[in-house]
Design a protein around this ligand. Structure first.
Ligand code: 4GX
Length: 252
């Protein structure tokens, strides 16, 4: 998959892209990343990309011309590789990113992520983007961290990446639930024992225990995820057990 990122702080993206799942995916050729800096599409000595808002008020607005020229450059670069990469503008006004959207994006040949700084970008550029995406209801100082969030989440879904093999692809019965608790050695840490079922070797019992724990933590932390879900008969049964137990954590 091809990612183009438009940013006046390309170093932020470059640095992060050298590490983790993302860095490895680039090394393996599963992902390619091209950075585009609007400052290279300016003509003045100071490489100005922002200006004061019409109508007054605090802060600065990113100018139309450098951004549109950069979007055209990114489109040309993608097209040269036979790729169409719609432009996503990261903004608190966008549709909230969720796992469903991440999977949808992961099916596409490319994406161009437009990162704004200052108070925002000129509305005439907003009119030219294909989608607006938000990573959550809080205000950051730029779109670079949200762009990295979007790309990281997508990278995990591309065939051949570390995230894609087994552990991270929640195509299983645990899809849409919060995670169950994890344990590793030693079996006794202080007075705290690893739950017996996990060392029993009974894989069916382990699967059942994990699903029950996932349902428990989901009910306690994010009940909205359960009400949005069509529950399997086994899930109903495990939830009934949990309610009967007063949702208590296992006592062993
Ligand atoms: N999820 N930001 C965009 C510039 C801006 C300012 C005002 C529109 C209006 C964010 C988020 C986010 C910070 C990216 C402000 N754009 N992006 N930037 N939350 O906070 O995606």
């Amino acid at each position: 998959m091809w990612f183009g990122v438009i940013s006046i702080m390309t170093e932020m993206i470059a640095t992060a892209s050298r590490t983790g799942v993302f860095g490895r995916a680039i090394e393996q050729g599963i992902l390619s990343l091209e950075l585009f800096d609007p400052r290279s599409h300016t003509t003045d000595r100071h490489q100005t990309v922002d200006d004061r808002p019409y109508g007054g008020g605090p802060g600065m607005v990113m100018m139309t011309e450098p951004l549109l020229a950069t979007m055209a450059e990114a489109r040309t670069r993608a097209a040269a590789q036979g790729i169409e990469a719609p432009v996503i503008y990261l903004s608190p006004q966008g549709a909230r990113l969720d796992q469903k959207m991440v999977k949808e994006f992961a099916e596409m040949p490319g994406l161009t992520l437009l990162c704004g700084r200052y108070e925002g970008i000129d509305e005439r550029v907003v009119e030219r983007v294909d989608r607006m995406v938000s990573v959550g209801d809080y205000v950051l100082s730029g779109g670079e961290l949200p762009a990295l969030v979007v790309m990281d989440a997508i990278a995990r879904h591309l065939p051949g990446t570390l995230g894609n093999s087994a552990s991270a692809v929640e195509e299983s019965h645990l899809d849409g639930l919060l995670d169950y608790p994890h344990y590793t050695r030693p079996e006794t840490a202080g007075a705290r024992q690893v739950p017996e079922v996990l060392t029993s070797g009974d894989h069916a019992a382990i699967r059942r225990w994990r699903l029950k724990q996932a349902l428990r933590s989901t009910w306690l932390a994010r009940p909205d995820l359960l009400t949005a879900r069509v529950l399997e008969p086994l899930e109903r049964e495990l939830l009934s057990e949990l309610f009967a137990e007063g949702l208590a954590a296992e006592v062993d």
